[in-house]
Design a binder for this molecule. Structure first.
Ligand SMILES: [Ca+2]
Ligand SMILES: [Ca+2]
Length: 101
């Protein structure tokens, strides 16, 4: 039985490959695959971004090796960035509830 963290890592890998395998290279996300992934798996984040070019800008930022595709390493840096933002919100909420006591 995998632990919570092991399960989270496995989910990350599974989600990446589910979308990366749709077209072109099965090991990397094309722009269209990234968009589909964002729309299905990160729709909350996408909705909070009013800019319609957010996926294009994200793609440019993430593509560290400039090959026009997002590999797993580049994808993980996106998840990491979003997780850090979420953790910050979490801490802020925590602090608020504590100050109410
Ligand atoms: Ca692909
Ligand atoms: Ca790349």
């Amino acid at each position: 039985m995998p632990s919570e963290l092991e399960h989270a890592m496995e989910s990350l890998i599974m989600v990446f490959h589910r979308y990366a395998g749709k077209e072109g290279s099965p090991g990397t996300l094309s722009r269209r695959e990234l968009r589909t992934l964002m729309e299905s798996e990160l729709s909350g984040f996408l909705k909070s971004q009013k800019d319609p070019t957010v996926v294009d800008r994200l793609m440019k930022d993430l593509d560290a090796n400039r090959d026009g595709e997002v590999n797993f390493e580049e994808f993980v840096s996106l998840v990491l960035g979003l997780s850090m933002a979420c953790e910050e919100c979490y801490r802020m909420r925590l602090r608020k509830t504590q100050s109410w006591k």
